[in-house]
Design a protein around this ligand. Sequence first.
Ligand SMILES: [Zn+2]
Length: 171
Amino acid sequence: MSRIRSKNTKPELLVRRFLFANGYRYRINVKSLPGTPDIVLKKYHTVIFIHGCFWHRHECLRGKMPKTHTQFWEKKFTRNQERDLEVRNQLKMMGWNTLIIWECQLKPSRRAQTLEEINYWLNEAYLNQFRNDSPTPHRKVLHSSREIYNQEEDSESLLAAEDFPEEEPII
Ligand SMILES: [Zn+2]
């Protein structure tokens, strides 16, 4: 296993609680899709991975290369990164958008903005399904400072049209 995966980690729960509270319905840890995405939003053709900065080598302080056993870590990280890329490509070919949320984007000081951007991104992915000529968005990072429009009304209408309600198994 090149990925360390623990179920129901706190960052995952944060995102899931937010999504659920905003009317999104989803499946979790979907084994039938490449990479077993943490969250799958069928209606939005979007899968979400919550990545640990260390294991997936984020360009932040938490993703820094350890100072000892460098070769060992280098090899491990390279494998993780290659696998992430491969999973992403497979999902893309299957018509899924992939959204990567980094652990550090969910720390208290950045959490609110990150969650709002997820909301924005999902709405955009949803709308893009109806635009024949434009590909769905593939953003790698969420922390751009672009304007967030007020989407409360949109969220409500999406909730009303939700077609696969599922209970959220938060423990
Ligand atoms: Zn990070």
